[in-house]
Design a protein around this ligand. Sequence first.
Ligand code: ADP
Ligand code: MG
Length: 348
Amino acid sequence: MLQDKNEKRTPLEELGEFALIKHLTKDFKPTRPSTVKGIGDDATVLDFKGNKTLISTDLLIEGVHFDLTYMPLKHLGYKSVIVNLSDICAMNALPTQITVSLAVSNRFPLEALEEFYSGVATACRIYGVDLVGGDTTSSTKGMLISVTAIGEGDSKKITYRSGAKPHDLLVVTGDVGGAYLGLQVLEREKEVFKVNPQNQPDLEPYTYIIERQLKPEARKDIVELLEKLEVKPTSMIDISDGLSSEILHLCEQSGVGCNLFEDKIPLDPTVIATSEEFKMDSTMIALGGGEDYELLFTIDQKDFDKIKGNPNLTVIGHMIEKEEGAHLVTRANTKIPLKAQGWNSFND
Ligand code: ADP
Ligand code: MG
């Protein structure tokens, strides 16, 4: 993708650091009332009036967290922002600003960074967040991205991982397992392409799961929905590492146990079909596969009527006493202890 001879390639040295920053950020104009001063000074100035400030940051390394052979730079820009916005949403708060820091080697021309920033801009527009700063530098090898998301929340609504009580219901948004399987399909096609570059894969049947991998969304809509339904979750986390590991985080930090019901886990039909194709168990994919960026939360039973029937929300289990442990209750009604493991570990 970066080697395309017909594409214009402007070396970054032609601009220099300051011109590059100016060029990449010129179209980002602050829109939020809380942004007092955005890009262009030594620090950004924010004012959240009476609300609390939330901050979350992530570092993404080429070859470790993303692979540019199948990840278009525009999607990478979008996803780098989304994964951070998701962390703010997982506190039952709303993201308001981001900073983006980049280190790139001389393999990347200006046009590549423009692509990346067009994805950042799309995320900013859709989620209503301001880009208010960052840092730009060179790396000897590859690309490194660090995004910091800033958000604001009412102290009465901010939700931690630690508030779940026995008898609370465990709720997940959307469906799970898709992003992991999307990655498996992309990895498979990459191998096929290495052997036969002429091969044109038909990825149409996998559109949903590939999109889940390349273009995830942060569930800001759920934070707004919960506000509208007047539901304050007792604990909450976003699903970056797989259902199993996130449930165990809630259990550990809340000092409770959990029963998760296999037949309740929401799976898209594409996930079921592709799991079969890969000869993998779809429940194991849901438990161990990551990067869905759905929200997982607990609510008091008295709030069940408020969420009942909402197509975005599925009750998948309930919390119990800590001493009873955290288990998957299978379709055959056997109990298997939940483990915080990714897919590879399931093969051992
Ligand atoms: P300093 O020398 O104080 O670090 P810089 O020249 O790096 O300042 O940055 C100037 C301004 O541009 C600052 O507001 C900074 O936050 C912003 N900035 C730098 N790099 C980026 C980037 N990659 N994306 C967005 N804003 C950036
Ligand atoms: Mg700087």
